[in-house]
Design a binder for this molecule. Structure first.
Ligand code: IMP
Length: 191
């Protein structure tokens, strides 16, 4: 059975493929399917955006589809960058996003934050299923570490940066890891 994946972010694709290995499905990314069209994230929540992307890809490929939307919510910033995490800075690069976050939090004591992941699965009949999971952590005061992607170099989980832990260790506790675990548990009934 083939499943389409609406994700284009290389870091996220790596995590998805690693986590979905136990299922005997072949995962075809949007890019591998030859779809170059960008799906606009016009929703007001992670769940809405995941659904928009999943529905758009399902309409093009007509096969079971997974899409996700994720981001970082910082308590002291009233949940920002939130659904705008990927395009937080003007440049929109991981480096610029991290720098902007550090600057905004320069004088902020409360460092609590969480990654949020929404996954939308659409089965072959077009039925929609949603999952939402989080991982709680803190924003560090400087950027360190070379692993991971996005805000990993700033995100402290139990005091350790996501950029400093191996991908399988991150997947065990992360927002995306928890979502995919839930998906694996349910997909046989949903598909
Ligand atoms: P999306 O591709 O619209 O879901 O944007 C997600 C953005 O949130 C990414 O570009 C990252 O900046 C951030 N993000 C989501 N998940 C993670 C993660 O596991 N580590 C680091 N950053 C993440």
């Amino acid at each position: 059975m083939k499943i389409a994946l609406a994700t284009t972010n290389i870091g996220k694709i790596k995590e998805f493929k690693e986590l979905l290995t136990p299922l005997n499905f072949s995962i075809i990314t949007k890019q591998e399917a030859g779809i170059t069209q960008e799906f606009k994230e016009t929703g007001n929540s992670f769940t809405e955006n995941a659904q928009i992307k999943a529905k758009a890809l399902f309409q093009l490929l007509h096969m079971p589809t997974i899409a996700d939307d994720s981001g970082l919510e910082v308590d002291a910033l009233n949940g920002r960058p939130g659904i705008y995490s990927a395009r937080y800075s003007k440049e929109g690069t991981d480096y610029a996003n991290n720098q902007k976050l550090l600057k905004e939090m320069e004088n902020i004591k409360d460092r609590r934050a969480r990654f949020v992941c929404a996954i939308c699965f659409i089965n072959s009949k077009g039925k929609v299923f949603n999952i939402l999971k989080t991982v709680q952590g803190e924003i560090a005061r400087n950027i360190k570490g070379t692993g991971g992607f996005g805000y990993d170099p700033l995100f402290l989980y139990n005091g350790v940066r996501f950029s400093d832990i191996k991908i399988d260790a991150k997947n065990k506790v992360s927002h995306r890891g928890k979502c995919i675990k839930d998906l694996i548990l349910n997909i046989k009934n949903w598909i």
